[in-house]
Design a protein around this ligand. Structure first.
Ligand SMILES: [Zn+2]
Length: 80
C-alpha cells in the first residue's frame, strides 16, 4: 500500500506491475487513465489493469491523499 500526497495543482503519473486499486483518502483529485479523466470520490475504489499508466491530479485547493496499491490475486472490489 502506498499513500500519495499531492499539493494543490500537483500531479503524479505512474503505473503498477500488477492490477491496481486507487482510492481517494482526503481532498479532491482526478485520475487520467487511457486518456479518460475520472473524478475520484473519497472512499470509492478505482481499479486499473497491470501496466496501465494513471495520472493523479490534485484538483482541490488543499493537499490530497490517495491510496494507490497493487491488487494481487483479486478480480473485484474487496468484499470483506
Ligand atoms: Zn497507482
Amino acid at each position: 500500500m502506498a499513500n500519495i500526497t499531492l499539493k494543490a495543482g500537483e500531479s503524479f503519473e505512474h503505473a503498477h506491475t500488477e492490477r491496481s486499486r486507487t482510492t481517494l483518502i482526503a481532498g479532491d483529485a482526478e485520475v487520467i487513465v487511457f486518456g479518460k479523466r475520472i473524478r475520484l470520490a473519497i472512499g470509492e475504489d478505482q481499479f486499473f489493469p497491470a501496466g496501465a499508466s494513471h495520472k493523479i491530479i490534485n484538483t482541490g485547493t488543499t493537499n490530497c491523499t490517495v491510496d494507490c496499491c497493487n491488487e494481487i490475486g483479486t478480480e473485484g472490489p474487496p468484499g470483506r
